[in-house]
Design a protein around this ligand. Structure first.
Ligand code: XUL
Ligand code: CO
Length: 437
């Protein structure tokens, strides 16, 4: 069943002046930037859940999306048909990767055994399509939040059986991710947090989460799964407080539980803003600590306070992302996953193309602009110069560990007062950034 019959076989790069909305104006997969193709820098991935399963429902009404591939019943046969549609879409788009949760690709059965069986049948179809098209799995994950059994969380549930069920589900999800050659495996704790501290033993819950992730690491080792584990920060929603709050909280957790050698972060824009940060902040924090793994590329809406997961179209945002990503050596084996959905009013299948094309073009431009900023070197020079007092003299002694409180007191008593501070030049620097856009 070909679904996207109005869309050309391949979305082509036609350059910035193209008037064709079904073309790339900036994303040219083979264009080389800083010695690597755009495709290799960006490693674009389509999110199965939003793009192929999203209906556009919201708390005020049911879905609006026209999705010819959704049959009246959610069964394995339909799930296998949907796989073909998904690969038709990704092939035409020219995205090299995709990501999924176990329950978006295959329906949940009446028992765990039946769910495993359903998943195996769909994984077979996914594998065939991967082989046919060369499209790869960026990461797999397990949905540990939709089923009512996870109402109190999964690894942090107060119910030990729920923990056990979640462990069984993640074990299977890692196995199928391995079977499909997945390059990463993501943990996003959908309900790993609390609604009310009066009924919560936070220490026990977080200890359980640490144990859970160690079990995953041990199992991966046992079966020889070589993919990178990723932990995805999000401060709230659906719970009022999630334990994976932001990059800093996640890194502190990973270090406290001895997981820092095994797990990096998957940073998401709208989660960063929900945490009161910018995406640039989250990327910088993860990057400087050596935890930058992959990104879920999307954006929120300034006027809405929830996780709207919109496609990123703001070039200022993508420039900031790419500046930090290039600075820390790129994302591989991670990538740029569009954990993003079309809005409820964009209900036609072709809107999925417009959305992804816009996101890919925005990141391609961000990449080119960031590379231009780096090639020019002015920004780097300004930052270097700003900290140059630490390059020699007392600054170098502080950084090397030679200086002490005593030596610094003596230094300052001799000197009397500091040499005048220099301006931060924020406005000039912001103006400079605008010259590259
Ligand atoms: C939810 C979210 C998830 C994770 C995977 O906010 O971002 O889609 O990326 O579970
Ligand atoms: Co996400």
């Amino acid at each position: 069943m070909a679904v996207f019959t109005d869309v050309p076989n391949k979305i082509a790069f036609e350059g910035p002046r193209s008037k064709n909305p079904l073309s790339f104006r900036h994303y040219d997969a083979n264009e080389v930037v800083e010695g690597k193709t755009m495709a290799d820098h960006l490693r674009f991935s389509v999110a199965y859940w939003h793009t192929f399963r999203g209906t556009g429902s919201d708390p005020f009404g049911p879905g609006t999306a026209v999705r010819p591939w959704e049959g009246p019943v959610d069964n394995v046969e339909n799930a296998v048909n949907r796989v073909k549609v998904a690969f038709e879409f990704m092939e035409k788009l020219g995205a090299g990767y995709y990501c999924f949760h176990d329950r978006d690709v295959a329906p949940e059965g009446k028992t765990l055994a039946e769910s495993h069986k359903n998943l195996d049948a769909v994984v077979k179809a996914l594998k065939d399509e991967q082989q046919r098209t060369g499209i790869k799995l960026l990461w797999g994950t397990a949905n540990l939040f939709s089923n009512p059994r996870y109402m109190h969380g999964a690894a942090t549930s107060c119910n030990a059986d729920t923990f056990a069920y979640a462990a069984a589900q993640v074990k299977k999800a890692i196995e199928v991710t391995q079977e499909l050659g997945g390059e990463n495996y993501v943990f996003w704790g959908g309900r790993e947090g609390y609604q009310n501290l009066f009924n919560t033993n936070m220490k026990r819950e977080i200890d359980h989460l640490g144990r859970f992730m160690h079990m995953a690491v041990e199992y991966a080792k046992e079966i020889g799964f070589k993919g990178q584990f990723l932990f995805e920060p999000k401060p709230k929603e659906p719970t009022k407080h999630q334990y994976d709050f932001d990059a800093a909280a996640c890194i502190a957790f990973l270090r406290a539980y001895g997981l820092e050698k095994h797990v990096k972060l998957n940073i998401e824009t709208n989660h960063a803003t929900l945490a009161g940060h910018t995406m640039m902040h989250e990327l910088e924090y993860a990057g400087m600590q050596g935890f930058l793994g992959s990104i879920d590329a999307n954006t929120g809406d300034l006027l809405l306070g929830w996780d709207t997961d919109q496609f990123p179209t703001d070039i200022y945002l993508t420039t900031q992302c790419m500046l930090v990503i290039l600075k820390y050596g790129g994302l591989a084996p991670g990538g740029v996953n569009f954990d993003a959905k079309v809005r409820r009013e964009s209900f036609e299948p072709v809107d999925l193309f417009h959305a992804h094309i816009g996101g890919m073009d925005a990141f391609a431009r961000g990449l080119k602009i960031a590379a231009a900023i780096r090639a020019d070197g002015q920004l780097d020079k300004i930052v270097q110069e700003r900290y140059s007092s630490f390059d020699s003299g007392v600054g170098a002694e502080i950084e090397s560990g030679k200086a002490t409180f005593k030596s610094l007191e003596k230094y300052m008593l001799d000197k009397g007062e500091i040499t005048p501070n220099k301006s931060g030049r924020q406005e000039m620097i912001e103006n400079l950034i605008n010259t590259y856009l």
